[in-house]
Design a protein around this ligand. Structure first.
Ligand code: SF4
Ligand code: MG
Length: 313
């Protein structure tokens, strides 16, 4: 089945005749060279699907992904292979994507060897990638199960760096890690950004995680971008009620407990998204128009877009 059909099955679509669900719908998103764009929303909102489409792993059923201003679908096979190497994905569970029978040296060295990216000695090349990812190269003959979760994520990062990427799509890359390890890995991402001029799409369900590393933030709800702005704007002047609710959910040390849990109710099934504004069943500000008409993403300030009818009132 197609990726979208698999997505439908995961959300309870009929197994014999998969329903095509637009996990991502009417999204227009630009990641600018050198920036960190945080993509935030609850699990099941379509962030991973969008990340895979942007990374070129999953083709969109309609629409286009442009890489440096050119459509991915119009590149020659050779150009597309080159673009795919420049865009690398880092996943939540690196263990699942690390071959358990391959040593770290094999895991990190394989892709650059196949793609002829190594000039000189492969061992030295692998050592350099491991050092960049904060791993001791003397452990490179070991296997993935001999490492901790944080170290495995570093192996995944070393493997991605080994193909000399320009753009990293990180999908919940720290979500499975302890908080102290999360901070180390986030710092590593930021150091690598400086050293290697990387661009990031940083996908997380946790607005608090993206706060300190993003330049801009896009908020996703049921397959759509509902707000997009600089990180300062999102945190100081959130426009969309969903963004406001997500901000309320960030546990703040100074307040000890959450003052008010704004996000009531479950995320509706993407198989049957609510009519009108998809957030209306959970929105404390919903009014009549919200149940009938889907709000468009519009400018509300400089470099700040939001999709909410309240902006017309
Ligand atoms: Fe809430 Fe209406 Fe705005 Fe949707 S359009 S977020 S329901 S106020
Ligand atoms: Mg996901």
């Amino acid at each position: 089945p197609s990726a979208l059909a698999r997505f439908a099955e995961r959300f309870g679509g009929a197994k014999s005749k998969p329903t095509i669900v637009h996990a991502v719908d009417s999204v227009d998103l630009t990641v600018r060279k050198g920036e960190v764009l945080g993509l935030v929303g609850e699990s099941g909102c379509g962030k991973s699907t969008l990340g895979r489409i942007i990374a070129g792993i999953m083709p969109p059923s309609s629409g286009e992904v442009l890489w440096r201003g050119r459509r991915l679908s119009e590149l020659s096979p050779r150009e597309r292979r080159a673009a795919k190497l420049r865009i690398q994905m880092i996943f939540q569970n690196p263990f699942a994507s690390l071959n358990p029978r391959a040593s770290v040296a094999e895991i990190v060295g394989e892709a650059p060897r196949i793609h002829h990216l190594i000039e000189g000695d492969e061992g030295a090349y692998v050592d350099e990638q491991l050092r960049r990812a904060g791993l001791d190269p003397s452990f490179k003959s070991r296997f993935p199960h001999q490492f901790s979760g944080g170290q495995r994520q570093r192996i995944g990062i070393a493997r991605a760096l080994a193909v000399q990427p320009e753009f990293l799509v990180c999908d919940e890359a720290v979500a499975a890690l302890d908080v102290s390890i999360q901070a180390q890995i986030l710092n590593l991402f930021m150091d690598l950004r400086e050293q290697l001029d990387l661009t990031y799409l940083f996908i997380s369900h946790d607005l608090g995680v993206v706060e300190h590393l993003s330049d801009r933030v896009a908020i996703m709800y049921l397959g759509r971008i509902v707000e997009e702005a600089t990180v300062e704007e999102i945190f100081s002047r959130p426009n969309h009620p969903y963004t406001q609710a997500l901000l309320e959910e960030i546990p703040r040390i100074e307040t000890q407990k959450r003052a008010y849990t704004a996000l009531k109710g479950e995320l509706p099934s993407p198989l049957a998204p609510p009519p009108g504004c998809p957030f209306h069943p959970r929105c404390p500000n919903a009014f009549d128009r919200c149940k009938m008409e889907k709000p468009a993403l519009r400018d509300v300030a400089a470099d700040h877009r939001s999709a909410c009818h309240l902006n017309d009132r």
